[in-house]
Design a protein. Structure first.
Length: 100
């Protein structure tokens, strides 16, 4: 039985339903993150569009002018730009100093 073709799968409308031998699985598309309650056993039930925190007009996360923001699926991380070293690895990208 193909639950995907029969409309029996409970995938998020944005997810892809993948038929398997005895069941199905769901997969969120590129640019979306899986926010399903049980993403290990029941993935793709709740797909949420990724938001790049770095591009937000109100973003103030990387406070050093010598750091850059890198978007991640869970938010962002700050990293010192090339040629600079991080003086506070516990709080990356917030205290960068020119190397050498």
């Amino acid at each position: 039985m193909n639950e995907c073709e029969m409309g029996l799968a409970d995938c998020d409308p944005k997810a892809t339903c993948i038929d398997m031998t005895h069941s199905f699985t769901c997969k969120c598309p590129h640019g979306f993150t899986d926010k399903s309650p049980d993403p290990v056993n029941k993935p793709g039930r709740n797909c949420s569009k990724l938001i790049n925190s770095c591009d937000s007009p109100n973003f103030t996360g990387c406070q050093s002018k010598d750091s850059k923001c890198i978007g991640t699926k869970d938010g962002f991380v700050c990293r010192c730009i090339d040629g600079y070293i991080d003086l506070n690895p516990a709080n990356p990208g917030t205290n960068c100093s020119k190397a050498g």
